[in-house]
Each structure stands twice: as structure tokens, then as C-alpha cells.
Design a protein around this ligand. Sequence first.
Ligand SMILES: *Cc1c(COP(=O)(O)O)cnc(C)c1O
Length: 477
Amino acid sequence: MDPLRERSVTGDVLDSVAAAAHGYLSGVDERPVSLPGAAEVLAELHRPLPEEGVGAAESVAELLRVTDLAATTSSGPRFFHFVVGGSTPAAMAGDWVASLTDQVGGLWTSSPLATTLETVALGWLKDLFGLPESWGGVLTPSATFANLTGLAAARRWWAGRHGRDVLADGLAGLPAMPVFASGYVHPSVRKALQILGIGRDSVTVCARDDAGRIDLERLDRELAAAGGPAVVVACAGEVNTGDFDPIDAMADVCERHGAWLHVDGAFGLFAALSPRTAPLLAGVTRANSVAADGHKWLNVPYESGFVFVRDPEVLAETFGGWGVPYLASMDDQQIDYNQLGPESSRRARALPIWATLRAYGRDGHRAMVERHLDVAAHLGKVVEAAPDLELLAPVGLCIVFFRYRPDGVPEEELDELNAAVGRALLADGRVYAGTTVHRGMTAFRPAIVNWRTTETDVELLAEVIRELGVRFVQDGR
Ligand SMILES: *Cc1c(COP(=O)(O)O)cnc(C)c1O
């Protein structure tokens, strides 16, 4: 069916989605996170490309039906796996507007609106995080892309120090780029280094214990031994425990050796929103580049990330096309954001960010972050009070690292027991949290970053883990 024949039905089809949204949203707090029977629904989707289409009304009705039966409730209050934010009402609606108008956010000419909102949103985000107004920035699809963007700028700088233009000539003939980090370094940093041709195994990990905490003296020695330009990656918010690298101390070391400091603050940068946790980020303004996510703790829909750079010129220098007559700076009104990051055509991802910041302001986002700090601390207390749960790290932010540990189970069986309870938890679906292996232990690490989540939801998490755990222990006897 030629879509031209459907011109008049678009509004009705969107109405059907809006009507479904009412039902979905009114039940999302209670909806199971994973649904029994979803696998069968998914299996039925594997069908050949239709020769003749069914039209928008039927197609979208079917999509809504399978969504209702098979969508993971990752936007609900009980999804604690990984670090997954929800979507605030304003952000979700803002995202719909981005789709409605299909703005192309790469060039000023294609959408002065998207460009202006991106400039405004980046300015508001810098203000929110306490980063200087003079810094540059760009929106990215994710923190992985934000790390890629910051590290691409670092790579250009590093090659320049060797007298080479890596953008024009590539890496051939250059030595290996030295990269240093603590054991907190996130896999996405390695992925970025892999894409950049630096190599994912190029990171020298300077850790002083099995948790991965930074060994500053070793970092100092390694940078001295490297003898030339080098890149240091600090982690603001480690995924297993929420712990932070000491950014200020790492900045001291970087300053001594003239190294580029990149901070990965995917969710941890939001610690800046509360005076209770802002000290964790001390020194962040001394970094050269800082990456963070919107789809985690800002609670805007996927995909959303951002990177900020101290020297506002470096993004255009790194990503501006050749032969472009001028390089955009943050002072320009008519910025082509596709010259500041790895993408060319891009979604107008400023719209949901702008909408949520306009709707809730600094106060509202601080309130959300502080509620999550409280809810995480509450879960920590619930864990400590339960005789069969063991808290494995202090709760400093939004992640609670703990395991199931009933009396009488020998230490060497705890990993398998927790892995089994973890698998059962995902299948059970009432709440969702995965296990990790950290410090040699298999354990849970739920992250509390969804605006809908309250104390009741995390109490249910602890309850279900204990309920499922008892079954394994009884079965094992
Ligand atoms: C989640 C995360 C990333 C990657 O973010 P994506 O949005 O999944 O690309 C990077 N670093 C840290 C510390 C993270 O928690």
C-alpha cells in the first residue's frame, strides 16, 4: 500500500497510540518486568516481508498488541538491572514531538529549532553539573558515544603532540597511545578505544586492590615512564558499587605529566545535583573531557548521551569536515552539530532533554536524585537487617552491591547459588536485577535511577530474592 493513500489517517493512528499510552502508563507501576509467554509472541514475529501491506491502522494495532505481550517493562519502577533510567512525562512527550516533526539535528539549515534547543540544553546541562559555561559540548546517542567522542578528541591531541595529524593520516607510524585507568574503567571505554584503533587492551590498569581502586603512585610512575603525552580515564560512578575514582587527585597527577584527563560519568555526573554527593566529583572541572548519559539518571528516553570538553574548539577540530570554511564554536548561533561529533544525520535528541529540564528544573531533578539516594540507602538498610542478605559495599550513590547468603551455605557455593537466584529472578519477572562478578563474588547490584521507583519497590526486590533463594537452598538439601 502506497503511504500516500494514508495521508488522512496519520492523526487517527497516533490517537490509537495515545489511547494505548493511557492504559500502559496507568498499569506500568504494577506490570511485571518480564512477561511469561513473551518468547512465543516473539517467535511469531519471524515472518516474511509482506508483499502487500495491511495499512498503518492494522500494523500499529499489531505492534501495540505484541508490545503489550512482550515488552520488557524497563521504563517501570522495578527494573533495577544495569543502570536504566525511566522517562519522565515531559521527556517522553518531548521525544514524541521529536518524532512527530522528524527534525534533523545535524545542520543548522535543516533545523534551526533542533540546533537552538541543543545549544540551550547543553548550556542547561553544564549549569546543572556545575561545569563552566565556556566549555564545549555535543549530544550523543549514549555514554559509549560520549566516551568515543571525548577519546577521539584526546587521540587527536596526543597525535598532535607527536607532530602528526591523525585525522588526515591515521595512526600508521605513531607509537601506541598510552592510556591509564583504575580497575573501575567501563567496558565502553575499551570499546571506544577499539573503534579508534588504539586497541581495547591498550589500557594500563593501575589498581591497588581487587575492587580496582586507583593506585595513584603507580599512575604517577607509569606517566613518568611513558615520557610523552598520555591519556588518563577516570570513572565517576563505577557500575558494580557506584564508587568514584578520586578525580581531583588524578587531575593532580595528570597536571604534573601534562596528560589528558577524560572522566566517564555516565550516571555518576548526576552526583553533582545534590550537595550530599557533589564532593564525589571534586576536580571534575579540571578534566579535558567529561562523558555522561541522558537515558540513565536524567530519565529521558533512549538514546541520549552528552560529552563536554574544556577547550570548546576541540570538538570541531576533531569532527569538523575537511574543507569546511570555518569551525563552529559554542558562541556561534548557527552551529552544525554534525561537525562536533561522530554522527552526520542525527535525531533531535535535544527536545526531550529540553522538555524535562524545562518541566522540572534544577529543583525537580535534584529531588529525584536525592530520592534515589534515599531509596538506595533504604535498600542498604533492608539488606543489612535481613539475616540471609549480605551488603558487600557501602551505599554511596544509587547502586546497592549485595548477595544472598543464608546460614549454613559454604562460601564456595555462594557464587553458584547467587547466579541461580539471579536467573530465577529474571524469569520470575516481578522485579528485575541481574548478577555481576565483582571482587571475585557473584552478587546483585541493583541501580536505583528511575523516577517512578520508591521504597516499596526496593523492599519487594529484597523480598523476592529471599523468597526465591529459600527455594534453592531447600531444593539443594
Ligand atoms: C552505562 C555506562 C556507560 C555506557 O553507557 P551507554 O549509554 O550504555 O553507552 C559507560 N560508562 C559507565 C560508567 C556506565 O555506567
